[in-house]
Design a protein around this ligand. Structure first.
Ligand code: FMN
Length: 137
């Protein structure tokens, strides 16, 4: 099992519809490829965790890297592990509050990201995800 985490910067004015489109293709493609994960969006930035067979994750990541809906894609973590931690859905979207920017209208926000993260998540991974959720109120 291979895990890859990246951060990127959303193109200006990403709408709820853009996010919905991204999520729909992620769910469709990731299901076929046995890839799972989570996608966090905090206004200006995305952070995504992709887990699954290494070749499948790399193929999906290559496509994601050349997607014009975001830029400045930076790999944060790559690791080989014995088990997945995000195994419930092919991709979940979590909108998180941060000091860094505003979320599109109509998007519900996760105030306390911890509530939405799987139990048993390794500390280093939990910390990376939580660093995205810098505003609690
Ligand atoms: C932030 C972000 C995350 C994405 N995550 C995924 C993903 O997990 N899986 C996926 O197949 N495509 C993802 N995409 C979309 C791909 O870049 C690409 O548009 C899509 O895979 C094309 O497949 P389709 O023609 O079947 O829609 C993401 C795009 C963005 C901007």
């Amino acid at each position: 099992m291979y895990r890859l985490v990246y951060v990127s910067t959303a193109r200006d004015a990403v709408s709820s519809q853009n996010l919905q489109d991204i999520l729909e293709s992620a769910i469709r493609n990731n299901s076929d490829a046995e890839v799972t994960g989570t996608l966090l969006y905090n206004g200006p930035n995305f952070l995504q965790v992709l887990e699954g067979p290494e070749a499948a994750v790399r193929e999906i990541y290559d496509r994601i890297c050349s997607d014009a809906r975001h830029s400045h894609v930076v790999t944060v973590l790559e690791e080989r592990q014995t088990r997945r931690h995000f195994d419930d859905t092919p991709m979940q979207l979590l909108a998180v509050k941060s000091e860094a920017g505003q979320l599109p209208k109509g998007l519900s926000m996760s105030d306390e990201l911890d509530l939405y993260l799987p139990t048993g998540l390794p500390a280093h991974l939990r910390q990376i995800l939580k660093s995205f959720n810098t505003r609690k109120t």
